[in-house]
Ligand binder design. Structure first.
Ligand code: ZN
Length: 57
């Protein structure tokens, strides 16, 4: 995972402060902000871009 993504996530978490499962992240594949936060089976968190379908964690 590129360090730049960690920076984006931390920054946007502060800005968002939302209890919604959808947070404003930026897709590393297409640059869309339409990204859903998804809880994984192991309790981890991953992200799925609703614009292009790219997923990452
Ligand atoms: Zn995307």
């Amino acid at each position: 995972m590129p360090a730049s993504i960690l920076v984006e996530v931390g920054h946007l978490h502060e800005a968002a402060s939302t209890r919604d499962t959808t947070v404003r992240l930026i897709c590393p594949s297409c640059g869309s902000v339409h990204v859903a936060q998804v809880l994984g089976d192991n309790g981890g968190v991953s992200y799925v871009c609703t614009a292009c379908g790219h997923s990452w964690s």
